[in-house]
Design a protein around this ligand. Structure first.
Ligand SMILES: [Zn+2]
Length: 304
């Protein structure tokens, strides 16, 4: 793709963003406006970061994630250019989007498998591996449950995928390697990673308690929205270790230093905590499962 063609595409895309920003809700207006400012800033797309489009990627027609599902054909589709490291604007093979063949548009940076995780612009996918399972709790339909009911019974994510800021993904890989070195039958099990701002807003609406769900306040929102926080536990031969309370049990039982949980459960919490701290993460004392990398990144709203 020539530079002139790329610049035309960029202008076209920026126009789409502007129309959408005018119509979007106040809750995510700041995010959309920030994206608009970036688009306005212009500049030629860069092809410094290359990767392959994931099979069930969504083609974005604007920065708010109003998307068109396109069929990604068999074989690799190489992403050739990015706008501000955030959206791909061209790919190597036409995609079938409702009968139309499309070779350019916007696709979330999160829908690309990067050839080198260190080069991923904002978020990188953490793939399941022998030392790390991926079971995103909010891709299921039993969310924030107690004995009697669940606060949310619809999946909040469309995909069971973990994305993190590249630095957090790399720190997590080192934690997984350390756990495997300590005991080959153990592995990390990831329960939540990057979380779109819109999902944070929905969660806070249902729970309305900043101890358990970070208040969705712009511009920083929460660690999950910035791709630096993870919720996780330990698993042995496919079974989660006893941590003394279930994931997302919103009670003092979930506090790391709860005196009510068994000594065995406390030891499991401590093993998880020590492993994550050694890899550079900070714990959150109210929730045994939540850790974050103390770096500054920006909140994002790519849908999952
Ligand atoms: Zn968390």
């Amino acid at each position: 793709m020539g530079i002139n063609h790329a610049a035309r595409l960029l202008r076209l895309a920026a126009t789409c963003v502007f129309i959408t920003v005018a119509a979007c809700s106040t809750s995510t207006e700041r995010i959309a406006s920030a994206t608009q400012r970036e688009a306005d800033a212009g500049g030629a797309p860069t092809d410094a970061t290359r990767g392959e489009l994931l099979r069930d990627s969504a083609l974005f027609l604007n920065a708010r994630g109003r998307d068109t599902r396109c069929t990604v054909p068999p074989g690799p589709v190489v992403v050739r250019a990015f706008v501000h490291a955030r959206y791909a604007v061209a790919w190597s093979t036409p995609l079938n989007c409702g009968g139309t063949r499309v070779t350019s548009g916007w696709v979330s940076a999160a829908d690309v498998d990067y050839q080198d995780a260190a080069l991923a612009p904002l978020l990188t996918r953490v793939a399941p591996s022998p030392s790390m399972g991926v079971n995103m709790a909010y891709a299921g339909n039993k969310i924030f449950c107690d004995e009697s009911a669940c606060k949310i019974a619809e999946p909040l994510y469309g995909k069971n995928r973990c994305y993190l800021a590249p630095a957090a993904a790399m720190a997590l890989q080192s934690a997984a390697a350390a756990i495997a070195r300590s005991d080959l039958s153990l592995r990390l099990l990831l329960l939540d990673c990057y979380r779109p701002v819109d999902v944070q807003i929905e969660m806070f609406k249902r729970v309305n308690d900043p101890v358990w769900v970070a208040r969705p306040t712009a511009p920083r929102f929460g660690g999950h929205n910035r791709g630096v926080a993870i919720d996780l536990t330990l698993e042995r031969n496919g079974a989660m270790l006893d941590m003394g309370s279930p994931f997302d049990a919103f009670s003092t039982l979930s506090n790391y230093d709860s005196k009510v949980v068994s000594a065995a459960a406390h030891a499991n919490r401590t093993l998880l905590r020590d492993t994550l701290i050694a890899a550079g993460f900070k714990p959150y004392d109210a929730e045994w499962w939540h850790f974050y990398l103390p770096i500054e990144t920006r909140a994002m709203n790519f849908p999952l």
